[in-house]
Structures are given as C-alpha cells and as structure tokens.
Design a binder for this molecule. Sequence first.
Ligand SMILES: Nc1ncnc2c1ncn2[C@@H]1O[C@H](COP(=O)(O)OP(=O)(O)OP(=O)(O)O)[C@@H](O)[C@H]1O
Ligand SMILES: [Mg+2]
Length: 266
Amino acid sequence: MSAYLSIDDVGMTFASAQGANFVALRDIDLKIAAGEFVALIGHSGCGKSTLLNIIAGLLRASKGGVLLQGKEVNDPGPDRAVVFQNHSLLPWLSVYDNVKLAVDKVHGKTKSAKERDDWTRHNLALVGMDQALTKRPNEISGGMKQRVGIARALAMEPKVLLLDEPFGALDALTRATLQDTVMELHAKLNNTVIMITHDVDEAVLLSDRVVMMTNGPAATIGEILDVKLPRPRNRLELVTDAEYGRYRQAILEFLYARHRAPAHAA
Ligand SMILES: Nc1ncnc2c1ncn2[C@@H]1O[C@H](COP(=O)(O)OP(=O)(O)OP(=O)(O)O)[C@@H](O)[C@H]1O
Ligand SMILES: [Mg+2]
C-alpha cells in the first residue's frame, strides 16, 4: 500500500549567482500516514524550511519528488496549508475577513454564502478567537495572530497542515497554550501535520514521530524517533515521566552530541 504522503529521494540544489551550486538537501525519504503528526527538528540552516516548501509545492525539488495520495505535488494548493513563523495576516483586514478570504477562495464554489460565514466563524471558534472577529491584526497579540493563521489554514480543510515554526516568535507561556490548542485540534480533527520546530519538548509533546535532520550542506534525515507516549498527553504529567525523559534525551543527544551546530563543530 502506498503512503498517504510520500517524500521520495528528494534532493535540493540551489544555483547561486556566482555560479557555484549549493546542495541543501539530499536523499530525503519519508513516508507519512494519514492523521500522523510529524515534527522536523534540526539546527538552523539544515534545510527544514526548504523541505517544507517542497512539500507545500512552493519550491520544486531538484531531485525526487512528493506524492500526496499518489498524486505528484508540483504547485501550491489548498490541500497543503502552510502556517509560517511570522504571521502572514493581511493587516488591513479584520480577523474574520482574513479567514473568510481563504474560505471564499477554497470553498467559493462548494459552499453557500451562509455556509461560508458559518465555516469562518466555526474555525475561529476552534482556536478560541471567536470573540475578536472585528479586530485588525495590529490590535491583537502575536499568539492571537498565530491562532488566526491556524484557523485560516484549517478552514481550507487541507489534507496536510504544514507548520514552519509557528510558535517560534512567541513567549514560553503563550507557546505552551498554543501547543495545547494544536494537540486538541489534532485529537479532534485527526489531520496530518508536519511541524518544524527547534524546541525539543514541543517535538516530543506533540508528535507521533520526530524526524531529526543532519547539518547542511547536503543535509538529510539522520534519525527518526517514534514517540509512543499515549494520547491525550498532559504536559504537567509528562515532566516527571521517565519515558518522556528518554525521548527528550535521545533528541538532545542527536542535536548536541552527534550533530552539533556547524559553528560549534570541531
Ligand atoms: N533560495 C535559496 N537560494 C540559495 N540557498 C538557499 C535558498 N533557500 C535556502 N537556501 C540555503 O539552504 C539551506 C537551508 O535553508 P533553510 O531555510 O531550509 O534552513 P532551515 O533549516 O529552515 O533553517 P532555520 O532553522 O534557520 O529556519 C541554508 O544553507 C540556506 O542558506
Ligand atoms: Mg526555516
């Protein structure tokens, strides 16, 4: 049986203006099942965003390719919604209109005006933003902006949700709250998620598998950790959980002992 999302032998070489080619990624093979939550972790510059952008169809791989339900990914599409670290809301539109715009675009032909309005409100309610519909992006906090970004992505009913360090710019407390929101949404909607993170605890807490990448140039998958902690997961209980500690240790060991950041490499 073929995988839901299949990343086959992907390599990425960037041509530079000086004529020298830069090999960012090589030999990336990854099969992801429907409903799986996968974290991508690795040092800065190893190619995580490049890989995510290839899956999103925003970049074309130089080698290999990506299949979603057996269909080749060549362009961006609403079946693969992306949430970036820096909220990409349109500043002149309200919270409601930022989500509604995407809803109209994706569901304009399939849902009635009333259904699209309901669907916009429903998705904003899912992330707890239904009380701020008329606010503009500059009137809400960073965490709230990311919530709206997630609502907008979910409203597109993507087959795969791609998150590129969505909480990277947030303080630890807001980050924890949003991680809980994402966990609840995943439990409720069972969507397939690929999330880039630098945060070891975030990776273990949220994921079914943690994909650890080696350093670039020519970065690839170094190791994959299966996180078998039962769900629902509770961050407070996990702090003292021995198995959680072992997963955490395995990632730290990979990142800081075996694949140290290039600047610190011997
Ligand atoms: N358009 C491009 N042209 C040339 N090189 C690029 C381009 N995009 C990315 N790179 C290079 O590819 C490598 C991987 O970049 P990428 O942004 O994927 O890293 P990352 O793992 O997401 O890093 P970070 O954690 O800092 O976001 C880097 O060395 C980067 O300089
Ligand atoms: Mg990146």
